[in-house]
Ligand binder design. Structure first.
Ligand code: TNX
Length: 668
């Protein structure tokens, strides 16, 4: 296939060669700078020597402003998978890939030789500044698996944004997109044989039987992908050399599915006292034979949509209480001679792994599912709980993807003042970059089992932090992850990485500097995290007037109400807030304040508070009037008179938890 659009050649300009000056990320294996720069011809002449590279020729056509480029699979067969040779010479640019992904990777390196504008979508006539350095690059990845996981269950991410994310990670030579499609809070993929999974399970709040959590408390919220949309995303990713790995999280994390099809749950009537009458069980019954027929049908439909050989079946954080209470599960345990109910998970996982195999897939699981050692060693295991857990599964002989929380959970905070979870600590950019299997004590045998690395974005905090959240959490940490997966630790230097990320690099001969990588991210339209957030100066000057706090609920011993009245921390009650429950702050003296912030639920996460309700104010301590409504578990008052008391009256039957958290008032 030959796409000749013009006849002029490129022009070589004689200048001194740049030092390793193009700020390439991830850092290639070998770069040999030649003499001078090549000025681009003002139109594209893109040629692909193999029919299968046609999508890449089309991609490049829309991606660069000019130049004569040959894409080929010839001349790189000696390189490892994903490898490429890129030569920029006056007569033409050649991207020779070991395979399709190799050509993609070479194209991405080529694009980093351009000014950052190449990413801003303007592929018109190149200006005089559009010059490429003469160079030969030979390059291949250290790790086969370089992934990003997105949870679309807690916060739904529309198809277009998923594709945008895939594009942006693929530009960093990330080659796997792990799509977390079902969890407690939503089922996001159309299953034709079980339509209620999305008719009911894709929506929460409003008139849905799935109760609201994590924001959008008083509206019906959700979404799902039709099978056609899934195919579209998979095809879009394939053009970019990205394999899409679906995940249906089993047998736990399945509340949305269980609300749509309650018969999948264990066969007993649960005690609903702490949960406002909701059945919150989220675990498939192991002993119910019909469950496996249903799962066969679900797995068959999902498997058919994804060309990936890998099918992630979940297996994390299974709440075994239901199994222990279930007469059928207990009978199964007796029959198999199992005394620990947790081991029922081995039986369940073996069944679904076998179903996946029947539909042509190798299973993937989270590390807990491999804890018993009872599942097949062909199963890829994602080591997420900790570095130690990742080491353990790798040492146990499982092909391992490392996504250990303390390195690769990008829902963690990037600094103490940032948004995010904290359970795995602060995950700074430098921490991500520091990951090195050898230095962190993976044995040689364990290292041989590593498939690679993956960043995960679990998405409980998406709704409350708005549309920029995904970019903010992922970038620039994905840039560090990309280099960790691509370049062995022996070839990496934090100082050098940080320089390439943040500093421009001068180019001789009067040409524009090579952009910093952050400039490229900006040109891609990524709302990356640029710096640590500044503290709110008002917080240091909060008032703490004497106040008493009471409620219709009682506090548990460990987190008493005195924490709220003492402004020292959060209190936690012994049950979910229900309709008519109240929280009351009474000041010793009326308080003059310009602003009072009221917050319930976790400090960092919209969960466990008062979702719907009114906020009443009293100026005399006896008559109350409604002054605000709870929104996103919080409210703000700007009183024009001294306030004697504040009362929250709940109008929601349930908050999705078995407790309610109350934060101290912030009074300014
Ligand atoms: C643990 S990661 C989970 C997720 C949460 C995440 C929050 C995993 C396999 N389970 O359900 O969203 O922590 O960081």
């Amino acid at each position: 296939m030959n796409r000749t659009l013009g006849i002029f050649g490129a022009l070589a300009l004689l200048c001194t060669a740049p030092a390793a000056a193009q700020n390439l990320i991830p850092q290639p294996v070998s770069v040999e700078w030649g003499e001078g720069f090549v000025a681009l011809i003002p139109y594209r002449v893109i040629e692909a020597t193999h029919g299968e590279l046609a999508p890449l020729a089309d991609y490049l056509e829309g991606a660069i402003p000019g130049g004569r480029v040959r894409l080929t699979l010839d001349g790189a067969s000696d390189l490892p998978a994903g490898g490429y040779r890129l030569t920029v010479a006056p007569e033409r640019v050649v991207v020779a890939g070991r395979d399709y992904g190799g050509v993609w990777n070479g194209i991405q390196t080529l694009m980093q030789l351009f000014p950052a504008e190449v990413y801003s979508g303007s592929t018109g006539t190149p200006s005089a500044q559009f010059t490429l350095p003469v160079v030969t690059i030979e390059d291949w990845p250290a790790m086969e698996y370089r992934g990003v996981m997105l949870d679309v269950a807690r916060t739904f991410v529309p198809k277009e944004q998923v594709m945008r994310l895939i594009d942006n990670i693929a530009r960093h030579k990330i080659n796997k997109f792990h799509w977390h499609l079902a969890d407690d809070e939503g089922w996001r993929i159309e299953i034709k044989s079980y339509p209620r999974l999305t008719e009911i399970g894709a929506w929460r709040g409003g008139d849905s039987p799935v109760f609201p959590v994590y924001g959008e408390w008083d509206t019906k919220y959700g979404g799902f992908y039709t099978q056609d949309e899934i195919r579209e995303v998979v095809a879009y990713a394939a053009v970019r050399g990205v394999e899409v790995i679906p995940e249906i999280d089993l047998p736990g994390h399945s509340r949305a599915a269980a609300i749509a099809y309650p018969e999948i749950l264990c066969g007993y009537t649960p005690d609903l006292t702490a949960s406002g009458g909701y059945d919150t069980r989220n675990v498939w019954c192991v002993a119910r034979e019909e469950n496996y027929a249903m799962l066969d049908s679900i797995i068959r439909e999902v498997a058919a949509l994804f060309p990936s050989k890998t099918f992630h079946l979940g297996g994390d954080e299974v709440e075994t209480g239901a199994w222990r209470a279930c007469p059928h599960c207990k009978a199964l345990m007796a029959e198999r001679g199992i005394t620990d109910a947790a081991r029922l998970q081995d039986i369940f996982m073996a069944r679904v792994i076998e179903i996946a195999a029947r539909h042509g897939k190798n299973a993937g699981v989270w590390n807990e599912a491999a804890a018993g050692g009872g599942i097949a060693r062909s199963t890829t295991v994602w080591g997420w709980e900790s570095l130690a857990a990742a080491k353990r599964v790798a040492a146990d002989g499982y092909p391992t993807v490392v996504c250990a929380g303390e390195y690769f959970y990008f829902d963690m905070r990037q600094s103490p003042r940032d948004i995010g979870h904290i359970w795995a600590g602060i995950v700074t950019l430098e921490k991500v970059y520091s990951f090195s299997p050898a230095a962190l004590g993976f044995t040689t045998a364990a290292q041989a089992n590593l498939r690679g690395v993956e960043a995960t974005l679990f998405h409980e905090l998406g709704l409350e932090n708005g549309p920029g959240y995904v970019d903010y959490q992922l970038f620039p940490r994905v840039c560090a992850l990309a280099e960790v997966g691509w370049a062995p630790a022996t070839r990496r230097s934090w100082d050098d990485f940080e320089r390439r990320l943040t500093q421009r690099s001068p180019r001789p001969g009067g040409f524009d500097d090579a952009p910093s990588h952050l400039e490229r991210l900006a040109a891609m339209g990524i709302a990356y995290r640029a710096a640590e957030p500044v503290p709110d100066p008002g917080l240091a000057r909060l008032k703490t007037p004497a106040v008493s706090f009471t409620s219709s609920m009682t506090a548990r011993e460990r987190d008493p109400f005195s924490r709220v009245s003492g402004y020292s921390g959060a209190a936690r009650t012994t049950r979910s807030v229900g309709e008519g429950d109240w929280l009351l702050w009474t000041f010793a003296e009326p308080v003059t304040a310009s602003r009072i912030d009221i917050k319930t639920g976790y400090d960092h996460l919209q969960r466990g508070g008062v979702p719907v309700g009114r906020v009443e104010v009293s100026y005399d301590g006896s008559t109350f009037e409604t002054a605000a409504r709870m929104h996103d578990l919080k409210a703000t008052l700007t009183p024009d008179r001294p306030v004697k008391a504040i009362r929250i009256v709940s109008e929601s039957p349930y908050n999705g938890e078995t407790f309610t958290i109350i934060q101290p008032l912030k009074i300014r």
